[in-house]
Ligand binder design. Structure first.
Ligand code: RIB
Ligand code: CA
Length: 314
């Protein structure tokens, strides 16, 4: 049986690669894309999600628009130097024909999960406002979601937008804290593993030739993103952060995880930092171990995950 998923996203170049997997993988049943601000404004994220579904011949997939800003903090400008002002490397894009679903992302999540109790995996790869809003609408959602997979955070790796914070956590730490501590079956796929995966130009050449018009958009946007990685991390290729969340869902054998308690710092210089207290470990007091236990990814066979992404899309 296919795994039903909702993919919550801020496309974004690496989001686009992951959306392509969500649209194409034969073991996934993509029930909808929900969008958030993050890499781009939410209207741009929605346009990109609609476009990617259209190019994949999947305009049957609903796209529901969500959060336009963080819950509490003031938003930073979108990182146009990483993803381009249009979120897809500033390449010219075809016209979008479809329209967003009339429901908000949060309402779409609540309705869809409740229509398929115990079956749906929520995969979130942007700031977590939509999942936080869905929990606000229906706090009992935690009992009916099969699995929550979050691309975000960093346990040992350090941050990518501050010395300690990963971008999705930093962009809305208050939402992240609610979602990571809600008490549902959750796995965090953070920089500890995504920084071990590199999608090389050879991988992208295979994807481009395997995906028709969608492949051309993925390859064009990758070229822009690759320049950023060359300049800032000195690697030839990019880290396919968001695809790693789907890789964990479908190939958990390629990852090692630890179980424990997570929380997110919401204020001051460490805002957005994810704090992890391994299960059973006693610290000087119990304050770090009071949140419900979750799983965090700490290790990965990065080469095999990167090959898996290219195999799925070629
Ligand atoms: O830190 C990586 C995450 O931030 C990814 O989701 C990427 O799309 C960026 O927004
Ligand atoms: Ca993302």
């Amino acid at each position: 049986m296919k795994q039903p998923i909702i993919f919550d996203t801020d496309p974004g170049v690496d989001d686009a690669q992951a959306i392509a997997i969500a649209l194409r993988h034969p073991e996934l049943d993509l029930l909808g894309l929900t969008t958030t601000y993050g890499n781009v404004d939410v209207e741009v994220a929605t346009r990109n999600a609609l476009l990617l579904a259209q190019l994949a011949g999947r305009d049957d997939v609903p796209v529901a628009q969500g959060a336009a800003a963080p819950l509490v903090k003031t938003r930073y400008p979108p990182p146009a130097h990483i993803h381009g002002a249009n979120g897809l490397g500033d390449i010219p894009l075809p016209e979008v024909k479809g329209k967003a679903n009339p429901r908000t992302a949060a309402q779409f999540i609540v309705d869809t999960v409740n229509a398929h109790p115990g079956q749906v995996a929520l995969v979130a790869v942007g700031p977590l406002g939509n999942l936080a809003a869905a929990l606000q609408l229906d706090p009992t959602l935690t009992e009916r979601v099969k699995q929550v997979v979050i691309m975000g955070g960093s346990i040992r790796e350090g941050g990518n937008v501050t010395p300690v914070a990963e971008a999705n956590m930093f962009n809305d730490p208050h939402a992240a804290r609610r979602v990571l501590t809600a008490g549902w079956p959750l796995t965090l796929v953070g920089l500890d593993v995504t920084h071990r995966c590199v999608l090389t130009p050879a991988h992208m050449a295979r994807i481009e030739s395997g995906q028709g018009e969608l492949g051309r958009v993925l390859a064009g946007s990758y070229a822009f993103y690759r320049d950023f990685y060359q300049e800032f991390l000195g690697i030839d290729g990019c880290c396919p952060h968001d695809s790693c969340a789907l890789a964990w869902l479908l190939r958990p054998d390629l990852f090692t995880t630890a179980r424990g308690h997570l929380t997110v710092v919401t204020e001051d210089d460490a805002e957005g930092q994810t704090l992890f207290a391994p299960e059973g470990r006693a610290f000087i007091d119990s304050r770090w171990s009071r949140t419900p236990a979750v799983d965090v990814c700490l290790g990965v066979d990065g080469e095999t995950v990167s090959d898996w992404i290219a195999d799925v899309l070629s």
